[in-house]
Design a protein around this ligand. Structure first.
Ligand SMILES: [Zn+2]
Ligand SMILES: [Zn+2]
Length: 189
């Protein structure tokens, strides 16, 4: 059984540049592309196996990173954007013509409020932060991937040098738990 984890990493991972200035991401339309411009590099870039993140056709995983929302501007054809699911914690803004997700924004009270989720493969520049880990690996089974092949997927990530998790990475899970503990009063705010 052959499958693509994601075309950007199937043949190895290339490290990004720490001083990368950022750049433009565009949708897949042949004309009137929706364009966003990001100042600076992304953070926490990772492969995600959940069913909500946008991924290219035939890829098992999405590759998604975050940027502070103030570093992101829609710079062309904003009128083509629509929100995929208004009720979701992450408001994913997709091109209404080609379906590509340009950015996901958190507007409700949330540990990651203030961060936008973006896919750097939509840029034609190299230097974006390389994926750091794989998240929500077990979720691919919910989307129909054979469960007996899940360990093979994890092995492929390990060979690429990426740790695999079935939620987010420990630092991000700790950040969420800290936020929740402060909110509930278990930790001082
Ligand atoms: Zn488009
Ligand atoms: Zn995801």
């Amino acid at each position: 059984m052959s499958y693509s984890l994601h075309p950007a990493i199937d043949n190895g991972i290339k490290a990004g540049q720490s001083d990368f200035p950022g750049g433009k991401l565009t949708c897949h339309c042949s004309s009137d592309k929706v364009e966003i411009t990001i100042e600076g590099n992304v953070l926490h870039n990772h492969a995600c196996g959940c069913s909500k993140c946008w991924k290219p056709a035939n890829a098992l995983f999405s590759i998604v990173g975050v940027t502070p929302k103030d570093n992101l501007k829609v710079t062309a054809n904003e009128s083509k954007l629509q929100i995929v699911d208004e009720s979701a914690a992450i408001q994913r803004h997709a091109c209404s013509k080609c379906g590509v997700h340009l950015f996901g924004r958190i507007v409700q009270d949330h540990p990651f409020k203030g961060l936008d989720f973006v896919h750097t493969e939509l840029s034609d520049k190299a230097g974006w932060q390389e994926p750091q880990f794989a998240a929500f690996v077990s979720s691919i089974i919910e989307q129909g991937f054979p469960p007996d092949k899940a360990s093979e997927v994890r092995d492929r990530f390990h060979k690429l040098g990426l740790e695999t998790y079935d939620a987010l990475s420990p630092p991000l899970m700790d950040a969420i738990a800290t936020y929740n503990a402060k909110k509930s009063g278990k930790l001082p705010a």
